[in-house]
Design a protein around this ligand. Structure first.
Ligand code: BGC
Length: 441
């Protein structure tokens, strides 16, 4: 590998600061499972109110994602990240002080907005500062942070469950937020965004700050000429094909059932014989550990074997394990050991590819002028699909049975294999310009 593409410590630092958005995403999604039990008890919530409280963050997320692209394009990536931290601070204040469950709803809605905006801005920024040879792993750092945030939230819930103090669970989220806030003062604005604004000199300064040498500056300048900024550019045939892939792969990430398996895991463990709630939560922590471990494996593989092979391996593993998970419940009411093993294999298969690739691909496949907005649309589809699956999962179990519902997700995985095979391009080691040429073919 040539020296100009070697990864400096500085880029790693800058990337970690941006990827803390992913940590906040994972933490705030995961922490509610622990907090809800106590909130429901304290405010005597009906199951409808509990359902509203759980899903409101997804509503915030989808609205945030919708505006995240626009904000990143207009304000710049860095200022938008500042805004998300500010929103987290406001949300935590409301959550900490809440004396009524409606205030908690409001706090969770604002949290959702923050992580929804961050879910667009962080991968966008990461893709723009990354040398192409490391783009896969640097953008996927965001996914590693998401899964670490989820795991930490499980641990925090587990450790603090005995006290029943749900306010502290939200407050702990201020630690990564504060770290990101401080870090943001030390990272440069995205050179691509600056170039898109016509601020060449600032873009060069930013690249130098990232320790990229002059020849890299030249390739970067050539590789990714801005397109028209108008929204109409989204309808351009080449952008349309990219949008189909971006939206398709984002929706696929959710409708293959990840969050129904992941957040339903304590229940599956209980059915399989981990009778106490504490034992089931403990076992779920192991699901979180596998998730993090396999994300690290994926991170290591993604710039080596490429996006497409990893995507196909991941979806095949998910389809196979869902077939087994479904069968475990269809042939035995308790699921048993087969359910547990297939659940673990499913999470591992998701984490190694499907967890990170959609986030990565959507940061790579769109032309500069509309990248923020096109990513925003793709991520909006991701959150919307996430929300719809959350709404329909229990009714589906009711109508079809749990085993059959997992079989349905298996069929969707198979459709996903077909879609990935036919439509998804390989972007490993390609410059943004080379990727754009692919769409124009
Ligand atoms: C997905 C989340 C999911 C998480 C699990 C992310 O890539 O977008 O919906 O909860 O992975 O690891």
């Amino acid at each position: 590998m040539s020296a100009k593409y070697s990864l400096s410590l500085d880029i790693v630092f800058v990337s970690i600061v941006a990827a803390l958005s992913g940590f906040l995403f994972g933490y705030h999604i995961g922490i509610f499972t622990g907090a809800l039990i106590f909130i429901a008890e304290q405010f005597q919530l009906t199951s409808f109110e509990q359902g509203m409280l759980v899903s409101i963050i997804l509503v915030g997320g989808l609205v945030g994602a919708l505006f995240g692209g626009l904000l990143s394009d207009y304000l710049g990536r860095k200022r938008t990240l500042f805004l998300t931290v500010l929103l987290i601070l406001i949300a935590t204040f409301f959550l900490y002080d809440a004396k009524d469950y409606r205030i908690i709803m409001f706090g969770r809605l604002i949290t959702g907005l923050a992580i929804g905006i961050g879910s667009v801005t962080a991968p966008l920024y990461l893709a723009e500062i990354a040398p192409k040879a490391h783009r896969g792993s640097l953008v996927s750092l965001n996914q590693l942070m998401i899964v670490t945030g989820i795991l930490v939230s499980f641990w925090v819930s587990y450790m603090l469950a005995a006290d029943g103090d749900w306010r502290i669970l939200f407050t702990i989220g201020l630690i990564p937020a504060a770290l990101q806030l401080i870090g943001l003062f030390f990272i440069p604005e995205s050179p691509d965004w600056l170039m898109g604004q016509g601020r060449k000199a600032d873009a060069e300064k930013s690249l130098r700050r990232l320790e990229m040498d002059a020849s890299f500056l030249e390739t970067k300048r050539k590789q990714d000429l801005p397109t028209k900024k108008r929204l109409a550019a989204l309808l351009d045939p080449s952008v349309r094909s990219a949008l189909i892939v971006g939206i398709g792969i984002s929706v696929l990430q959710q409708i293959t059932g990840i969050n129904t398996v992941f957040f339903y895991a304590p229940h599956i463990f209980k059915l399989a014989g981990f009778t106490s709630a504490k034992a089931a939560i403990y076992a779920t922590t192991w699901v979180g550990i596998i998730n993090v471990f396999m994300t690290v494996v994926g991170l290591w593989l993604i710039d080596r074997i490429g996006r497409r092979p990893l995507l196909l391996i991941s979806l095949s593993g998910m389809a196979l394990s869902l077939a087994l998970l479904g069968s475990a419940f269809i042939f035995s009411a308790h699921g048993g050991a087969l359910a547990i093993v297939s659940l673990m294999v499913y999470i591992a298969s998701f984490a190694v590819g499907m967890g990170m690739i959609p986030w990565l691909m959507i940061s790579e496949i769109f032309p500069l002028g509309i990248r923020g907005r096109a990513m925003g649309i793709s991520i909006f589809s991701n959150w919307t699909a996430n929300y719809l699956i959350a709404l329909t999962f229990l009714p589906l179990i009711h109508a079809l049975g749990i085993g059959q519902t997992y079989w349905l997700f298996m069929i969707i995985c198979m459709a996903g294999i077909w879609f990935s095979w036919k439509k998804v391009p390989e972007t490993r080691g390609k410059t943004f310009e080379e990727i754009q040429k692919f769409w124009h073919k």
